[in-house]
Design a protein around this ligand. Structure first.
Ligand code: ADP
Ligand code: MG
Length: 257
């Protein structure tokens, strides 16, 4: 716990991830405080998705311990909402947005019938992402930005305390990227949800970030934003010279060259 009586959103103690007999990363010992917006960065194949899957209880740690919201990570945890990588490709495109959001809810409550309460939760989640207007359409007819809103709504419908998103800006144009970032920042405030996002580029999130989990040389670390937006660290992480620029308005940017 860090300066709060709420348990950390995520706490790793000596955690390691192994897939197919190979260690993906190890010596993970850090805490992500609750209530923040945190990006997860690291090279391709460094184990970012694996980390999210570990928080979801889908990949058990090969050593060490992993806690989520004060309890050991476990499958089917209704306190977590998840937006997987390449969401648009992986769901059947014939399903409507609304049906998909409803699945997100009953996904952790299978066996229960559809109730009025469920329907109002679906409505609330669609409202929260400004998705009510297009929710009746099939996914295949929606734009990338609209599909991503539906994906976020299905993650929200169980009213999670922790929202995990895996590269939610991939394949979106700049305007849609910006809108999704703003939406996540708003959800953090209005729903009090801790947001953890795997990204390739920190820049769209920098105005809102409280910290960064970075996978460096086979180990995951966490740093509050002031420590992590550092030229030397980012240069090492991306394997190419990175510059950090602060504008006269105080905005931070990172870039190469
Ligand atoms: N089911 C699996 N079995 C074996 N290796 C895997 C499996 N899934 C992923 N990997 C490997 O684990 C490494 C980390 O993958 P991943 O977590 O998807 O990385 P990232 O999201 O950072 O790109 C990669 O080298 C990937 O090829
Ligand atoms: Mg990945």
């Amino acid at each position: 716990m860090i300066g709060t009586d709420r348990p950390a959103a995520v706490a790793l103690r000596g955690a390691a991830a192994e897939l197919g007999g190979r260690t993906i990363w190890s010596h993970g010992s850090f805490e992500v405080p609750t209530g923040g917006m945190v990006c997860v960065i690291g090279p391709n194949g460094s184990g970012k998705t694996t980390l999210l899957r570990m928080l979801l209880g889908m990949v058990p740690p090969s050593s060490g311990e992993v806690d989520v919201l004060g309890a050991p990570a476990r499958q089917g945890n209704p306190r977590i909402g998840y937006v997987p990588q390449r969401f648009g490709d992986t769901v059947g495109s014939a399903i409507t947005g609304r049906d998909l959001v409803r699945l997100g809810h009953t996904g952790t409550r299978w066996g229960l019938g559809r109730s009025v309460d469920d329907e109002s939760r679906v409505d609330a989640a669609l409202d929260a992402v400004a998705g009510s207007e297009f929710a009746a359409q099939r996914l295949s007819t929606l734009s990338g930005g609209q599909q991503q809103r539906i994906a976020i709504a299905q993650a929200l419908v169980g009213d999670p305390e922790l929202l995990l998103l895996d590269e939610p800006l991939a394949n979106l144009d700049l305007r849609n990227q910006r809108e999704i970032v703003d939406l996540l920042a708003e959800l953090r405030v209005t729903r009090g949800v801790t947001v953890v996002v795997v990204v390739h580029d920190l820049n769209p999130f920098l105005p809102h970030l409280s910290g960064v989990v970075y996978l460096l040389d086979g180990h995951p670390h966490y740093g509050p934003i002031g420590e992590v937006v550092d030229e030397e660290l980012l240069t090492h992480l991306y394997g190419t010279q990175v510059r950090v620029v602060r504008t006269a308005q105080g905005d931070l940017f990172t870039g190469s060259g």
